[in-house]
Design a protein around this ligand. Structure first.
Ligand code: NAD
Length: 345
């Protein structure tokens, strides 16, 4: 672990193998400085075990930053299962994952992530109490997407305020990539605020449903980068701001819920050069982890969640303002604040 470029002072890494179920899982704890490490479990058919490990290292560090920016009493961690989420899932596999999580005695809290559903994690929860984001239970927080989307919508307004001098989205043209769990709710909020939408997705049913509800114009997946609009809102994949796509963008703002939007950190400088204001992804999309944190706390209080989301939007504003005052990319400023918060514990 120590000589990998993805190593960022991580506290520990734990490899699990269960012969009976075939579980191959890695749980990485980046930091517990602010509280128990929290972050979802991803199931992915990695090419090699090393790829799985590096992904877990990166993702767990990202969770430390996200949790710190959402001002949660949580550190960062992540679990990855090396396997095919379409073919290899069984209740027993997830029960074995639950037993693996249990061995960490609460140093790591899990939840669902790419390739893993709330129902899968319910099996893990049969073996350990350190699983959140569940559909049922005393403090169950359910699907985090509506809260993520609310934070993204408020974050788009906060970013618009800095870019256009007003947070009124009435008549603003917004190009939305991805209308899945988060994107569909984001589109709903934007349409209600009077925005004109152009949307895309690779799922025709999801696209048709959102177009019908919001009156959005539909374009093919690759066309979204060429739309002349006020705002580009990525809510699908990572690494979509890269040397190929950035020159095509004709927008003033990038603000959306997708994780890891910048292909590399230096895209932050390139975005500034192009005169675009970027809302750092792990700040604007922290609503979902706030929702999960409410469940981890043991009592789900909607007012606490709402307060934390409002505070998150203020934090996003502070990042954008400091970046402007210091003439630096917003992602660099967010990283710096997150690291300071983690160091302060
Ligand atoms: P989802 O799978 O429900 O939605 C993603 C959508 O993107 C799907 O409709 C999919 O068809 C579409 N898509 C895939 N490839 C595409 C492409 N090439 N072009 C256009 N659309 C494409 O996932 P989600 O839960 O809505 O999450 C969306 C993003 O937000 C992800 O990056 C996720 O990591 C991030 N995120 C989600 C949450 C949450 O609460 N769900 C929280 C924080 C961050």
């Amino acid at each position: 672990m120590f000589d990998k470029p993805a190593f960022a002072g991580h506290e520990s890494a734990h490899h699990f193998y269960d012969a009976k179920t075939g579980l191959r899982a890695i749980i990485v704890i980046h930091s517990t400085a602010r509280g128990p490490a929290a972050g979802g479990c991803r199931m992915w058919n990695y090419a090699t075990a090393d790829d799985a490990f590096v992904d877990a290292l990166r993702l767990s560090e990202g969770m430390s930053y996200k949790n710190a920016m959402a001002d949660l009493p949580l550190g960062g961690g992540k679990a990855v299962i090396w396997g095919n989420s379409k073919a290899d899932k069984t209740p027993e596999l997830f029960r074995a994952l639950g037993r693996a999580i249990a061995t960490l005695n609460g140093a790591y809290w899990s939840a669902e992530d790419v390739g893993v559903s709330v129902h899968d994690m319910a099996y893990a929860a049969e073996e350990t109490k350190y699983v959140a984001g569940l559909p049922t239970g005393k403090a169950a927080s359910g699907d985090p997407s509506p809260v993520t989307a609310k934070g993204v919508f408020l974050g788009i307004k906060a970013t618009a305020l800095r870019a256009f001098g007003t947070d009124d989205l009435d008549g603003k043209h917004i190009a939305v990539q991805g209308v899945g769990h988060v994107g569909a709710y984001v589109c709903g909020h934007l349409a209600k605020a009077g925005a004109r939408l152009t949307i895309t997705d690779v799922n025709p049913e999801a696209l048709a449903a959102v177009a019908k509800d919001t009156g959005a114009k539909v374009v093919a997946p690759d066309e979204i980068y060429d739309i002349a609009a006020d705002i580009f809102s990525p809510n699908a994949l990572g690494a979509i701001i890269n040397p190929t796509t950035l020159p095509r963008l004709k927008v003033k703002v990038i603000a959306g819920g997708a994780n890891n939007q910048l292909a590399t950190p230096d895209m932050g400088e390139k975005v500034v050069e192009k005169g675009i204001l970027y809302a750092p992804d792990y700040v604007i999309n922290g609503g979902g982890i706030i929702n999960v944190a409410a469940e981890i706390s043991g009592t789900y209080e909607p007012a606490w969640v709402e307060g934390k989301v409002q505070r998150l939007v203020q934090t996003l504003g502070e990042v954008l303002d400091r970046a402007k005052a210091e003439n630096r990319p917003t992602n660099r400023v967010a990283d710096e604040i997150a690291r300071q918060r983690i160091l302060a514990g």
